[in-house]
Design a protein around this ligand. Structure first.
Ligand code: TRP
Length: 443
């Protein structure tokens, strides 16, 4: 198999992790839960839960050197072929990609429309966004563009497709974010944004905040969907999987925090409320940018382009687990695997966008949830918690502790191993079970 270089792996894994989750979702949930205190809870969730699972997945991938199903079996010392059923995780990535591609399409549409004009008032911005989510033709057009780009990249494989694209897009993303950060620092409200994000106000922290932080830690690190196992299958054999995992988590966290600082500076500068909700990127920000004239238009375009770059590198990581699975287990060519996985997510994306329209909405709504929301629910509330749980139980209770210890001791001290092992065996599964029960609405 074609391996990444070590730096190629870090860039690709960071490219997967850094996405709409960092630049859009993290700021808006931080706003909703009141800032600083939520940021602390989130950082704890990243370090004690996300990073633990990340290292576990990376170890499984690096050891297995194969698709998710085969890697689990190999990690079990090939003792139990039934671990191949862990391969179900690849479905979550495809399902997320279906609606993620539609959302990326909205953003691409915003890049294009920012060239002509921006809405000057929140009501107009809200109406424009509402109309877009019901406009079948426009959404289909942009969903097709995004899906086509993703398919084009993964057809070229890990080295010539995924690694190369990340090598180009990640530095560009860093440049845009850095520029936006410098601009925010020059604004008066920057210090207000800093205190909002780093001075804790514990009054808004309840169990919802804890669970949101936990769910976000999984989503933002692209865990429990086979993505990191699949990417780590191409991690060089001698690479320090603990260190690379930490680098990726660090980059991901930095981007989330920087995005938060930029966005809250902009919101405060315009006197807008910090809790803008999901409409943050599509409604609140465009109105603020429009107030800044030509410079605002330039910032709007840069910001939406950054989101598209971040999103594309995440999108390719959602389909790759399925491709490697088809290639390794069914001996398919990459072309054939891409046609199957690509047409699956492309069609599901169409169903997702139709389910928001007036003409199809009713047909595509089941038990009070439309198809778009079902895809989100099934992937992030059912498949991802199950995937995370299975990974922890596998590592904590099935794989021989001696084997794990040996792998760690090649790179780290015994203390690091012991801390990680207890987290993965006891603390993380319990946290995930609580999250799972809550997501299913049982508590
Ligand atoms: N981490 C990405 C984000 O924050 C999304 C993502 C990419 C993802 N690959 C994934 C989420 C796999 C879950 C599973 O936007």
């Amino acid at each position: 198999m074609n391996k990444f270089t070590r730096i190629g792996f870090i860039l690709a894994a960071a490219g997967s992790a850094v996405g709409l989750g960092n630049i859009w979702k993290f700021p808006y949930i931080t706003g909703e839960f009141g800032g600083g205190a939520f940021v602390i809870v989130y950082l704890l969730a990243i370090v004690f839960v996300g990073l633990g699972v990340f290292i576990a997945e990376s170890l499984i991938g690096q050891t297995g050197e194969s698709d998710v199903a085969t890697s689990f079996v190999k990690m079990s010392n090939s003792k139990n072929p039934n671990w191949k059923f862990a391969g179900f995780m690849i479905l979550a990535g495809l399902l997320i990609l279906s609606f993620y591609s539609v959302v990326l399409g909205w953003i691409l549409n915003y890049v294009v429309s920012s060239f002509s004009s921006l809405p000057t008032e929140a009501s107009a911005a809200g109406a424009t966004f509402g109309a877009l989510t019901k406009d079948i033709g426009t959404q289909l057009f942009y969903h097709t563009l995004i899906a086509g780009t993703v398919i084009f990249i993964v057809l070229k494989g890990i080295k010539d497709g995924i690694e190369k694209v990340n090598l180009i897009l990640m530095p560009l993303l860093a440049i845009i974010l850095f520029g936006l950060l410098l601009y925010s620092i020059s604004l008066d409200s920057f210090s207000k944004a800093v205190s909002f994000m780093f001075v804790p106000d514990w009054s808004k922290i309840d169990e919802h905040a804890l669970l949101a932080a936990l769910g976000q830690a999984f989503f933002t690190l692209s865990l429990a969907t086979g993505t990191m196992i699949t990417y780590s299958a191409s991690l060089p054999k001698d690479a320090n999987f603990v260190k690379t995992s930490m680098s990726v988590a660090l980059i991901d966290t930095m981007v989330a925090l920087i995005s938060g600082l930029i966005i809250f500076t902009f919101l405060f500068e315009a006197g807008s409320p910090s809790a803008a909700g999901p409409g943050l990127v599509f409604i609140s920000l465009p109105v603020i940018f429009s107030g800044w004239g030509f410079l605002g238009q330039f910032i709007a375009i840069s910001f939406f382009v950054a989101l598209v770059f971040a999103g594309i590198t995440s999108a390719v990581s959602m389909i790759e687990p399925s491709l490697l699975f088809f290639i390794e287990r069914f001996k398919m060519t990459r072309q054939k695997a891409t046609i199957i996985a690509g047409s699956t997510f492309y069609s599901l994306g169409i169903i997702a966008l139709l389910s928001m329209s007036d003409s199809w909405g009713e047909t595509l709504t089941f038990f009070g949830k439309n198809a778009f929301d079902w895809m989100d629910f099934i992937s992030s509330s059912i498949l991802m918690p199950l995937g995370a749980l299975l990974t922890c139980v596998f590592i904590g209770f099935y794989v021989d502790k001696k084997i794990l210890e040996e792998k760690f001791l090649q790179h780290t001290s015994i203390i690091v191993f012991n801390v990680w092992y207890s987290l993965v065996k006891y603390f993380i599964p319990i946290a995930v079970i609580i999250l799972f029960i809550n997501k299913l609405g049982l508590i």
